[in-house]
Design a protein around this ligand. Structure first.
Ligand SMILES: C[S@@+](CC[C@H](N)C(=O)[O-])C[C@H]1O[C@@H](n2cnc3c(N)ncnc32)[C@H](O)[C@@H]1O
Length: 509
């Protein structure tokens, strides 16, 4: 594999060739990028218009998987890259891996992975295929809280994408994978991005015995499939959703630490999915689990058979039937796709919230999840304590009035979070007035008294009603006690990750 020095030289050559995210995006233009987002290379090829400059050649080689004349490149690292198996040398050179410019506000550089299939190529991936920056990867990156922490574990690092984001806010990163090839490519990604991580080979939490982490993140191989699935990037060796269960239930979290996982769970006959997944949550931990989508077995199996390159082959129908039989034997009647957030609080009264959330969200949602975990405690305060507290409403809460056009009074008033999960709550005049007045100045009880005066109702009765209806807003971080207002602390620290292509895999895992 490449030495650190060779990776440094490769980085210098990529920069010298102008093979960076912004420069490549400018060169390929909107249509070229949109084509790559559809895994189609022709618009990008046309944008290069036959040019033979170093940037065009780098794009052909590392992104479009096209041959480039060796004599033309003049790259100093050619022999080294060929020796490491990253290039196939000859009169024309071809890339053996993909080096894709990648960036967001907290990470900018390249991702080294196995090549994304382009132009409808559906060949079967090699068993140790290393996935690049997939929609699931970039979704996970936006679910991870950006608060500064001491230690992070990137479980199943693959191409290393999560680690290059973690490097912006974690002092120490351990990145593990079961696939040695993944660690080889992650080492290149990390080196190109000048990111340090302790790379360890092994399964699940095996490589970190006895260690605890402030943050554990994973986009694990969550695909639920019959035994014998050989694609290590997507299929674990556990039956059903057993690998997801292990990832969640055995997470080595320090006190206050967070686990963020994206994946799938079985929806089994006779058991609500919430009950099944809540059994995975370790003792002493709060959890928020959002099921973003549920697929029936047929939809699910078709999705993953196509991903494995089986669609249109003679193996398709026999494999399909095998998967169906397996699902039937496991009593799986559907599959939930979603996000699992766990925080170790040490509480003997943990808060477990498992809900279906198929609605649009505003990424990154990490801050909203952090605000939720921080709101759980205050939402359980006694009535008196809440009424004595001073609350501040989220600056991103907006009011929507819904009713017949031209009517003087709306039929419904909804307060909606215009960021994060986009949560909404219907309010009446009294609740709307109280929330509207929560600007961090006066205690809630004073505001309730004032609104009761305006509406000419009994303040004690109104206080009793309002407090119960306010609790969910506090738990969702829409109203924050001013002394523990941390909702803004990480806001807007990073934008959406950008890649130069897209894949058909589900963003929810
Ligand atoms: C879906 S990929 C995710 C890669 C990357 N973290 C991302 O976010 O795109 C899952 C990764 O988990 C690795 N893996 C599979 N089984 C594993 C296991 N039992 N323990 C640790 N890693 C495993 C695979 O090799 C693969 O790199």
């Amino acid at each position: 594999m490449l030495t650190p020095e060779a990776i440094r030289r490769l980085r210098d050559e990529l920069i010298a060739a102008g093979y960076t995210l912004d420069a490549v995006a400018e060169r390929l233009g909107e249509q070229g990028l949109a084509g790559l987002a559809r895994n189609s290379s022709l618009a990008a090829t046309d944008a290069l218009d036959g040019a033979d400059d170093p940037q065009a050649d780098a794009i052909r080689l590392w992104l479009l998987r096209q041959p480039v004349p060796a004599a033309r490149t003049g790259w100093l690292t050619l022999d080294t890259l060929a020796a490491a198996g990253l290039l196939v040398a000859g009169d024309d050179i071809r890339a053996g891996v993909e080096l894709k410019p990648y960036g967001s506000e907290d990470a900018a550089g390249w991702i080294c992975s196995d090549p994304t299939p382009l132009d409808g190529r559906v060949g079967r991936p090699r068993p140790d295929f290393v996935l690049g920056a997939s929609p699931a990867s970039t979704t996970l990156a936006q679910l991870i809280p950006r608060g500064r922490v001491g230690s992070a574990l990137d479980l199943g690092t693959g191409c290393g994408i999560q680690s290059i984001h973690l490097a912006a806010h974690c002092d120490r990163i351990v990145a593990t994978d079961l696939n040695p090839r993944a660690l080889d490519l992650a080492r290149i990604t990390l080196g190109l991005n000048r990111t340090g991580a302790d790379l360890r080979l092994g399964s699940l939490y095996g490589p970190v015995p006895g260690e605890g982490f402030d943050l554990v993140v994973s986009n694990p191989p969550y695909v639920i499939s019959p035994p014998g699935g050989e694609l290590v990037y997507r299929e674990g060796s556990h039956p059903g959703d057993g690998l997801m269960r292990e990832v969640v239930s055995a997470a080595p979290l320090n006190q206050g630490g967070n686990l963020v996982v994206l994946g799938n769970w079985a929806i089994t006959d006779g058991q609500p999915w919430q009950e099944r997944v809540s059994e995975w949550i370790p003792a002493g931990c709060d959890a928020l689990v959002l099921q973003r989508e549920a697929l029936d077995p047929y939809e699910y199996i078709e999705l993953w058979l196509a991903d494995a390159g089986l669609a249109g082959t003679p193996d398709y129908l026999p494999a399909y039937r095998r998967w169906l039989d397996y699902f039937a034997a496991q009593r799986i009647i559907g599959v939930g796709l979603g996000w699992v957030f766990v925080r170790r609080t040490g509480s003997d009264r943990p808060d477990l919230r498992l809900e279906e959330w198929p609605h649009s969200v505003f990424q990154p949602v990490a801050d909203a999840v952090t605000a939720h975990f921080e709101g759980v405690g205050p939402s359980r305060w006694s009535d008196d304590r809440l009424l004595a507290a001073t609350l501040e409403r989220s600056p991103h809460l907006v009011q929507e009035a819904i009713g017949v056009p031209g009517a003087t009074d709306p039929e419904h008033i909804v307060l909606r979070q215009s960021t994060g999960l986009g949560r909404a709550v219907a309010v009446d005049t009294a609740l709307g007035a109280v929330v509207g007045a929560c600007d961090g100045d006066l205690p809630l009880g004073v505001l309730v008294d004032a609104v009761a005066g305006l509406l000419e109702v009994d303040p004690g009765v109104l206080a009793g009603e309002i407090v119960d209806r306010l609790r969910p807003l506090v738990a969702d971080g829409l109203l924050v006690p001013v002394h523990s207002n941390s909702q803004d602390s990480h806001r807007d620290r990073f934008g959406s990750p950008q890649t130069l292509d897209g894949e058909q895999r589900r963003e929810h895992g």
